[in-house]
Design a protein around this ligand. Structure first.
Ligand code: ATP
Ligand code: MG
Length: 190
């Protein structure tokens, strides 16, 4: 299996679709958000640093993030393919990911971009706030995360375009329809 980079705004469904893809193709899953929330829950040094950024809707600094990613990646079984969920989020992270994979003789694989209108994103995140109670799912912090996304992450779509691996899927109101199209896209690449 090729690696997959799942890309999109907060609330675009990266985690939800990753779970479905992992089940169907038996891949590894690296969610940097989940890794960081795990560190916070365990009260580690890294968790303490991460919490300050996450609660403000800001990104964790690139050098720290890149370090974490390499460690988690190397803990995965080789050859099975991994989904990167929530990474990269900046051009520097993307360049570092490409370098890390190249050093190991692996490829970036394919990038799956989820495009969802902002009103739908906000509704989803506020609903999730009621269910999961994530500290960063309140309206003020969500607005900051959208702004950071537009400023630092969205330009990356063009970077993937240049790599020739960008595949865009636009929300049309149904998760089943999205999944069907995403699976077709993955099958065509493997
Ligand atoms: P969703 O999970 O709904 O897609 P999201 O993309 O905002 O929403 P996560 O990916 O879980 O959520 O990330 C939560 C927070 O963790 C981010 O707002 C950021 O502070 C931090 N974070 C996660 N991944 C990275 C990364 N690659 N670089 C920097 N910070 C990160
Ligand atoms: Mg997520």
């Amino acid at each position: 299996m090729k690696n997959i980079i799942i890309f999109g705004a907060p609330g675009s469904g990266k985690g939800t679709y990753s779970d479905e893809i992992v089940k169907r193709y038996n891949m590894g899953h690296i969610s940097t958000g989940d890794v960081l929330r795990g560190e916070i829950k365990n009260g580690t040094e890294l968790g303490k640093i991460a919490k300050g950024y996450i609660d403000q809707g800001q990104l964790i600094p690139d050098d720290l993030m890149i370090d974490i990613l390499a460690k988690v990646y190397d803990s995965h079984e080789e050859g099975r393919g991994v989904i990167f969920d929530g990474f990269p989020r900046t051009i520097a992270q993307a360049e570092a990911l490409k370098q890390m994979l190249t050093q190991r003789g692996h490829d970036l694989g394919m990038m799956i971009e989820l495009v969802v209108d902002e009103q739908t994103l906000m509704e989803r995140l506020l609903r999730r706030a009621e269910i999961e109670g994530r500290a960063d799912d309140n309206e003020e912090t969500i607005r900051k995360r959208f702004a950071v996304y537009h400023q630092k992450t969205e330009p990356l779509a063009q970077w993937f375009e240049q790599e020739g691996i960008r595949h865009t899927f636009t929300w049309k109101g149904s998760k089943e329809l999205m999944l069907e199209e995403i699976f077709k896209g993955i099958d065509a690449e493997n």
